[in-house]
Write a protein that binds this ligand. Structure first.
Ligand SMILES: Nc1nc2c(c(=O)[nH]1)N[C@H]1C(S)=C(S)[C@@H](COP(=O)(O)OP(=O)(O)OC[C@H]3O[C@@H](n4cnc5c(N)ncnc54)[C@H](O)[C@@H]3O)O[C@H]1N2
Ligand code: MOO
Length: 391
């Protein structure tokens, strides 16, 4: 058995980088931008008013000043002439600030009478003027690689970038295996259960912006699994679920190898998730996940997602961890790294009492995996531990 870290390094070495494609900004949410975006303009492109009010010279922003209103500036409608001593311009939020204006006095601090305005309040030190380029300037960069957030999309739009070079979404073929499985909505026989892992993994794959391809459930026969693997051709990653262990019906490793899979490793010193296998099958990376529902999902978080991120150009890094304070004592750990389903609240982590790898209700309740290193001693409440946050 190899360690989780060793397995992850091998997976990163096996993972192929996705080619770049250009997408319209409207389709860029969640995609990984592959090269720096360079601002094509400054924002704001001109000194802009931050408030509705009156633009006056710097010296005129004093209580009692009475000024002649010589024009109006609104967003999209600038006032061209300069503004001098004794003059004011009616101005609105977002309008270019005319030459000569050093202060925008809030209209709440002004009283208008016909062609004049009197400052009746106290303007204060804030000029209410946003300097040109105060947000960003031409040539400023949004650095790549990065997974584009809604805020990034707004920033790119503001930089006048309409198309973005992004990594192609990795296509992930998902093959559940087992005679006992039926799809949700179907009528299971008395000895059957619903293929749940498929949907948990589908969600994880979607979460990182990859493209799941749900294949029919493969039955526990060579022919059925061969057919499923054939249908997976063209995918960038082939994920099988179940049939990875040592039972008579656990045929995935053998059949995949007959199909040309070159195995990189099999079995990890971890709990849950021990019978994980990986290799290459044709041009694709193959990940054979254990069938126990929680094992499959934990392997999804710890291996599949980091690999998909790396394939799209993000740094090859393990699942992010945070530190938390143990709420309860935990017993010494054994020779496998243990990822305990746990609840993380305000920096304090509590493992669930029941840790069986079949318990999806517990996994659904959990929002973190408490990491117990190999042969870690007993730990007391109050000690600091690592937690992999779940989503
Ligand atoms: N003698 C041994 N038995 C087992 C070992 C071992 O080392 N020696 N390892 C155990 C561990 S750990 C795990 S994990 C499981 C993994 O086994 P498989 O990958 O072969 O999975 P299956 O046997 O096919 O299924 C296990 C369990 O999960 C259910 N399952 C499978 N696929 C799905 C799915 N898509 N959705 C929902 N549930 C699924 C399946 O019905 C079984 O109940 O092996 C242990 N055994
Ligand atoms: O490793 Mo199994 O995944 O412990 O249930």
């Amino acid at each position: 058995m190899i360690t989780v870290d060793e397995a992850l390094s091998q997976l990163f070495a096996l993972a192929q980088a996705m080619p770049s494609e250009t997408v319209p900004l409207r389709d860029a949410r969640g995609r990984v931008m592959l090269s720096d975006a360079v601002a094509r303009r400054s924002q704001p492109p001109f000194a802009a008013s931050a408030m509705d009010g009156y633009g006056v010279t710097a010296g005129a922003a004093v209580p009692g000043a009475r000024l002649e209103v010589i024009g109006e500036a609104a967003a999209g409608h600038s006032f061209d002439g300069p503004v001098g001593a004794g003059q004011a311009v009616r101005i609105f939020t977002g309008a270019p600030v005319p030459d000569g204006v050093g202060h925008v006095v809030l209209q709440e601090d002004c009283t208008r009478d016909g062609p004049h305005v009197t400052i009746t309040g106290t303007p204060g030190d804030n000029t209410n003027i946003r300097p040109a380029g105060g947000d960003f300037s031409v040539g400023d960069r949004l650095s790549a690689p990065r997974r584009l957030t809604p805020a990034d999309m707004a920033l790119l739009a503001s930089m006048n970038i309409a198309h973005v070079p992004v990594a192609r979404r990795p296509v992930v073929a998902l093959i559940s295996t087992g005679d006992e499985l039926v799809m949700p909505g179907e009528e299971p026989g008395p000895d059957q259960i619903i293929a749940s892992n498929t949907f948990g993994l589908l969600g994880l794959i979607q979460e990182v912006g990859a493209e799941p391809r749900l294949l029919p459930i493969a039955r526990d026969t060579d022919a059925s699994l061969h057919m499923a693997l054939e249908l997976a051709q063209g995918a960038d990653v082939v994920v099988t679920i179940g049939g990875a262990s040592v039972g008579d019906h656990d045929i995935v490793a053998r059949v995949a190898e007959e199909t040309g899979m070159q195995r990189a490793f099999y079995k990890i010193a971890m709990r849950p998730g021990k019978p994980l296998m990986a290799g290459r099958i044709g041009d694709a990376l193959m990940l054979g996940l254990p069938g126990n529902p929680v094992s499959a999902m934990v392997c999804g978080h710890l291996f599949l997602l980091p690999v998909l991120r790396a394939m799209t150009g993000l740094p090859a890094a393990p699942a992010p961890r945070v530190q938390a304070v143990l709420a309860t004592d935990v017993a010494a750990n054994g020779p496998r790294e243990h990822y305990m389903r746990a609840k993380l609240v305000d920096g304090t982590v509590t493992p669930f009492d029941r840790q069986d790898s079949s318990l999806l209700s517990i996994l659904s309740d959990a929002n973190g995996l408490l990491v117990r290193p190999i042969d870690d001693g007993a730990r007391q409440a109050g000690e600091t531990v690592d937690v992999v946050p779940l989503f």
